[in-house]
Design a protein around this ligand. Structure first.
Ligand code: IPE
Ligand code: IPE
Ligand code: MG
Length: 247
């Protein structure tokens, strides 16, 4: 029942992948086992997104706050990430998926950082499918980084504050190449944003799923997309304006 002219399939879906630790704890397993299974769900979600025709998928994988977790968990996560990137590059190339990383990626371990650059470089020429991983990402950090880059541009005479609106300023965000998410999904039943894409989610529809991330399937993605299709996006207008009836 989306409004006329509003596609019922979101162009860009962002996901806060949450619940790996609880999934493991419920089974008496170490937290890292939950993360390992979480990587399988990443593969499932990417394939499902392509099958549903979702062109942009963005996954929150590691926040700036997550460094405060136990050292063993942090290094385990970095190891999994490295392994994942090494294994997946050929799949991205085969499926013609452009890979992006957003966040303060330069502060990640050198091996991970190098693989991110290589994966971005090897897939740079693909245009249809886009997969973005948010790594060492925080929305507040992103605003600080954007403000810093913008200030430098002003100082260099490349930007003019008197002529800067949102369209101009948003080019300094990590997501300059990406459209805003249409749909945000958070798994594991938590009802919060946890410093994810605060500005880009300004008009996103939100779906909170009780499923723990390692249990996430195509059916969960389909259910969220169906829910999205039932929403009416008004962007500040009235319902009558968005769905004009007969005169
Ligand atoms: C999400 O699962 C993955 C990361 C944040 C890296 P969690 O590890 O947060 O799982 P819970 O919330 O402890 O269950
Ligand atoms: C958000 O999950 C970060 C990622 C999914 C990478 P957290 O599990 O870190 O968030 P909080 O601490 O529950 O808000
Ligand atoms: Mg969590």
């Amino acid at each position: 029942m989306s409004a006329p002219g509003q596609p019922s399939i979101p162009q860009h879906v962002a996901i806060i992948m949450d619940g790996n630790g609880r999934w493991a704890r419920q089974r008496g397993l170490p937290r890292l086992e939950g993360h390992r299974r979480g990587v399988e769900s990443v593969r499932t979600a990417l394939n499902a997104a392509r099958e549903l025709g979702i062109r942009y998928i963005t996954l929150y994988a590691f926040s700036v706050e997550n460094w405060k977790r136990p050292q063993e968990e942090v290094s385990g996560l970095m190891g999994l990430l490295e392994l994942y990137l090494k294994r997946e590059l050929s799949t991205f190339v085969r499926d013609e998926v452009r890979f992006h990383a957003i966040g303060r990626t330069a502060d990640l371990p050198a091996g991970v950082c190098r693989l991110l650059r290589e994966t971005e470089e090897a897939t740079r020429h693909f245009t249809h499918w886009h997969f973005t991983l948010a790594l060492n990402y925080g929305a507040r950090t992103e605003v600080v980084d954007a403000a810093r880059a913008y200030a430098l541009a002003v100082r260099a005479g490349r930007a003019n504050p008197a002529e800067t609106g949102w369209d101009e300023f948003s080019r300094y965000l990590y997501t300059a190449d990406l459209p805003d998410p249409d749909l945000l999904i958070r798994t594991s039943g938590e009802l919060r944003i946890s410093n994810f894409l605060l500005l880009q989610l300004a008009y996103a529809e939100m779906v909170f799923s009780p499923t723990l991330w390692p249990d996430f399937t195509k059916a969960d993605l389909q259910a969220a997309v169906d829910e999205y299709g039932r929403r009416e996006r008004r962007y500040g207008l009235t319902s009558e304006q968005v769905r004009p009836g007969p005169p």
